[in-house]
Design a binder for this molecule. Sequence first.
Ligand SMILES: [Zn+2]
Length: 316
Amino acid sequence: MTLRCLIIAVQTMILASAAGLEAAQAERIWVLNESDPVYCAWRRDIVHSRRYRGRYVRTFAFRPLKWAEYIMKPGDTLQTVAVRLGISVDAIASASGFVHVHAASPGDRLLVPNFDGINYRSTSGVSLAELAAKYDIPAGDIRRFNGYQRDWLPSGGQVFVPGGTMSPLEQGLFYGTAFSPPIDAIVVTSGYGYRSDPFSGRQAFHGGVDLAAPGGTPVRASHEGIVEFSGWAGGYGNLVVLRHAFGYRTLYGHLQRRDVRVGARLARGAFLGAVGSTGASTGPHLHFEIQHHGASVDPARYTTLHRDRPAAAPVF
Ligand SMILES: [Zn+2]
C-alpha cells in the first residue's frame, strides 16, 4: 500500500467512526427477499427486537447492534422497504438521516439497523435521563444496549434508542400533516420556488405560497405556537410570525387585520387575523410561508395544501 493510499484509508476510517455507524463495515442487503442471506439475518434479528417494544424487561437479550446498507431501487419508498424488513420507518429514516417521508428516492443509501428503534443524534446538553423520558424507554436499557458504563451520553455521537419511536409531532412533520391550511377554500395562485416577480418581472425566489381569498377571510394558525412578530414588515405588509417546536416558523403576510399580540400562545386553528392586500400585493391574498431554522421550506411538503401531492399515510 502506498503512503497516499494509507492516508486515504486512515482518513476513511476516521470519517467512518465519526459517522458512528461503521459504514465501511456495514453489510449489504442486495434484494429484499429470502434469496438474500443478509436480508434473512436482519429479518430474524428485527423480529426478535420487536418483542422488546413496550415490555422493558431488564433481562431482554439484546443482540449486538449491526448495520446493513441498502440502495433504494426504482419503485422503493421508505415505507415499502420498512414493510419488507418488518422494521419501522422511524428506524430506517432516523438512521439514514431522512427527516421527511418524500426525502428518500431510488439510488439513495439507507442504513438499516438489526433492531427496531430510533437512531438519535446526540447534541450537547441532552442527558441520558432526558432521552429516556423523551422516548419512554428506561435509561438503563439505553445504556445497556449501547454499552455505556455510566449514566451520561458521549457528546456529539449517536445513540440508538431500542424500541424508540417518533413522537406524534415528529410523525406529523415527517409525513407532512403537521401544519393545517391557514384559510378555508384555498386557491393557490402562486406556488413555492422561482417565479417571475409580479412587480419587477424578473425571476425571483418565492419563499411561500399565495392563497387567494376575499379580503376579510379569517386566517388561522397552521400549527400551535407562540406569536413572535405582529406588525408591519415591508413587502409582507401586515405580518404575523408564529414560532413552533423543532425550529419551525410560519409567516402570514399581506393581512388586512392582525388580531394577536407578540408572546400570545395560539392553538392550531386559532384566528390570528384576516386576509388583505397590504405591502407588495396586487390583490387580496394570503402569503403563507413555513420556515425551518430560518430557511423557507416547500409548504406542500408539510401541509395538505396541494391535492396533487397528498401527504403519504403510514402503511404499517
Ligand atoms: Zn407570496
